[in-house]
Design a binder for this molecule. Structure first.
Ligand code: FES
Ligand SMILES: [Fe+2]
Length: 464
């Protein structure tokens, strides 16, 4: 099992240069590598998604086309530190009820929640040196789904084999504090180790949120630059008491396809084409992630109407605080609603979640009116439809890595790479309004526990 323990992180010197190979998909969404900008005219079919095509994009249960596509990719499902207290956690993934555990030998398992004997809940069992034991009649099951012991049978009529009593089991790998699961056909592809997972000298944390809507409306947000202006800037300012729209307007958008998703670029008032928002951009990570330079977000389907938001954050310690080795990556759950039942709107991803959940449990895309700001959305949908067609024809979907060499450190476009690989002095942090704010408070998700804040403050060498 691959473990990217903190002590094993690669040096920034060992990381490949930040050049990123942009292989443009040979499709109408990125014809011949040409950039599609605001002059793009979606077809009528793209503008008006039929109910049937909406179902194709959104349904994720076993046997559904999209469910099968997403099962071909490793999915982050938990933080490893969640199992430090209770080593067993119930997990619902793409409509399947499962139990995640770490046995006393350090092996991770993800198995059917129901015991192969008479279907008791394995979440109420216990872990042993190898595997997990059901509390009803004591059957022992390992991470491959093999039944190792059946105590009464083993006492009265022992047989060397328990074959035929296997349970459903999926592989799990740990990387950078996250646990990834693979629910697709074997052999499993390589787990992509994104470059940020190899960075050293940083404080990492994992934040989970239970989002009450379908995964795809969350993922469409990963390729929606204009919402930053309105949702986070203008609405954010209104929440804080502003009485006018103050955010710089978006003037120009650009979307590019590459192996691992799409890059979107923007020019806003006060910016130019020299700005990194235009020259580098941000990544809608294929198939259900978002990468913003110092953090990732994934929208992992729980079932058709619920999504687990998994966010992984990295903050390089200031120069002079190295070497910093984080022994344990904390994981916490962000609450979404206040005591009145209203969504919390004070933090960036909480604001996003208001939009996602507000679109309905499964957004009715037959009632939309897409315009040029939504070009990225139509490109993303189009690529999913192309890949679903390819899978129906027996082909492997895009973005799957079979080479261990290629998977071990994958660079992505990053507007602030040096910040994370080389670091800044504390004085430099103070000169940058966003970084200065980042040291003061965690603005992404509501509800950071005090002990996580204390560990962050300690790592950064700042006052609380
Ligand atoms: S139901 Fe689990 S051992 Fe009998
Ligand atoms: Fe957002």
């Amino acid at each position: 099992m691959r473990r990217c323990a903190p002590g094993e992180m690669a040096d920034s010197a060992a990381i490949p240069p930040p050049s990123v190979r942009l292989t443009l998909s040979p499709s109408r969404y990125a014809p011949s590598g040409e950039i599609i900008t605001t002059g793009y005219r979606p077809t009528r079919e793209e503008r008006l998604l039929t109910a049937a095509r909406n179902e194709m994009l959104t349904r994720v249960g076993p046997g559904t086309p999209m469910g099968e596509l997403l099962r071909r990719h490793w999915q982050p499902i938990a933080g490893a530190s969640e199992l430090d207290g209770n080593p067993i956690k119930t997990v619902r993934l793409m409509g399947e009820d499962l139990v995640l555990y770490r046995d006393r030998g350090g092996r991770y398992g993800l198995i059917d929640r129901h015991c192969p004997h008479r279907r008791a809940d394995m979440a109420y069992g216990w872990v042993e040196d190898t595997g997990i034991r059901c509390s009803y009649h004591g059957w022992l099951v390992d991470q491959a789904g093999h039944c190792l012991e059946q105590p009464y049978e083993d006492t009265t009529s022992p047989k060397p084999s328990k074959s035929g009593c296997e349970t459903k089991a999926y592989p799990v790998k740990e990387c950078a504090g996250l646990l990834f699961a693979y629910l697709g056909p074997l052999p499993a592809p390589e787990l992509p180790v994104w470059e940020p997972f190899t960075w050293r000298n940083g404080f990492r944390e994992i934040v989970l949120a239970d989002v009450p809507c379908n995964w795809f409306q969350c993922q469409e947000n990963s390729i929606d630059p204009v919402h930053f202006e309105w949702m986070h800037d203008n609405w954010g300012a209104r929440i804080r008491g502003a009485d006018a729209n103050v955010a710089p307007k978006h003037l120009k958008l650009k979307f590019e396809a590459f192996d691992h998703g799409f890059v979107y670029k923007r020019v806003r008032e006060g910016q130019s084409e020299e700005d990194r928002y235009w020259t580098v951009g941000r990544v809608a990570l294929w198939p259900n992630g978002f990468y913003l330079g110092s953090h990732f977000e994934w929208r992992v389907p729980v079932d058709d109407e619920n999504t687990l938001s998994v966010a992984w954050f990295f903050m390089r310690v200031p120069k002079g605080r190295e070497p910093y080795v984080q022994e344990r990556v904390p994981t916490w759950v962000s609450p979404l609603k206040d005591e009145t039942g209203r969504f919390i709107t004070s933090h960036v991803i909480n604001q996003d979640i208001v939009a996602w959940a507000g679109q309905g449990r499964i957004a009715d895309r037959t009632k939309e009116h897409l315009r040029s700001s939504d070009i990225g959305i139509t490109m993303m949908r189009g690529r999913f439809f192309e890949e679903l067609d390819a899978m129906a024809a027996g082909k492997e979907p895009g973005g799957i890595i079979r080479s261990a060499n290629e998977a071990q450190c994958i660079a992505l476009p990053n507007m602030a790479r040096e910040l994370n690989t080389d670091g800044l002095t504390l004085a430099d942090f103070d000169k940058d309004p966003i970084l200065r704010q980042r040291l003061k408070e965690f603005r992404h998700h509501y509800g950071q526990p005090p002990e996580v804040r204390r560990a962050f403050v300690e790592a950064m060498g700042i006052s609380g």
